[in-house]
Design a protein around this ligand. Sequence first.
Ligand code: GUN
Length: 310
Amino acid sequence: MPLFDALPRTAFDPGLWVDGKKLMGKKLAELLRHHIKEETAKTSLKPGLAVILVGADAASQIYVAGKEKAALELGFDSRIVRLPADVTQEALVSEIHRFNLDNSIHGILVQLPLPEHLNESQILQAITAEKDADGFHYLNQGKLAAGIAATLPCTPAGVALMLRELVASNGVHHADLIGRHAVVVGRSNIVGKPMAQLLLSGLNMTVTMCHSKTHNLQRFVADADVLISATGVRGVIDESQIKAGAIVIDVGMHRIDGKVTGDLNLAAIESRVSLYTPVPGGVGPMTIAMLLYNTYQNAMRAAGNTRQIA
Ligand code: GUN
């Protein structure tokens, strides 16, 4: 199956979620969650999501609470396991095994980052590919690299869905992205690398990956038709270099003096770019919606139903 068969087959009117130049992920995520709820209601399934949270990281607690709230609103079963920061590798893996064997659970997620003493890759790989809610299992990562449908990492899948909705739309917000230059800044396994694969195999873009060692980063920034900032650091990208008319996606999330901001100073680029994701309200809500979609898809597959959301 082609890669984008792994995304919901939605085609929303951009008028419902694009506000001027702002790509309102918050709105698109609402539409998507409603759609998943309707599709789930057509079945007798109750998708189940299990989230494992280790330690008391403040940001992680907020993210996990948001995931639970969204799952319950859709009528999903939601289970959260909170483990102490000094939990052993064995105890954590045995929690995962328990959920692997639980037929009422279809998606398992271990919230990252984990404390230093734990072996992250061994823990993530303990989740079966069938119950992988995050797209981090090597089988799903491999399928993505091969350009075939897989459970996709939630944040880049959410961004890819936003862009695909624009490509599929008519009217003022239509974007013609085939062959255009996408520049991804950041090479994490969670965002940067899978994002590049989705832009390449799913959207047929010409993709450049940049990172903290890239020489003369700003020349790539200046050439980007679609710029994705996933650096996790403010001030890396010089906003004045961003091309006029570019689409800018800010994956960053920083709390400064109690205020949430992205990687970029978006106010400084608003007049020049064609579209951009605000922070908050852009990429973040799409991540949670895609997590629910992955869980729903896993539940459908477990029930022997390979029908995708139409
Ligand atoms: N921490 C920050 N982003 C993510 C994510 O997408 N998945 C998991 N499991 N943890 C995260």
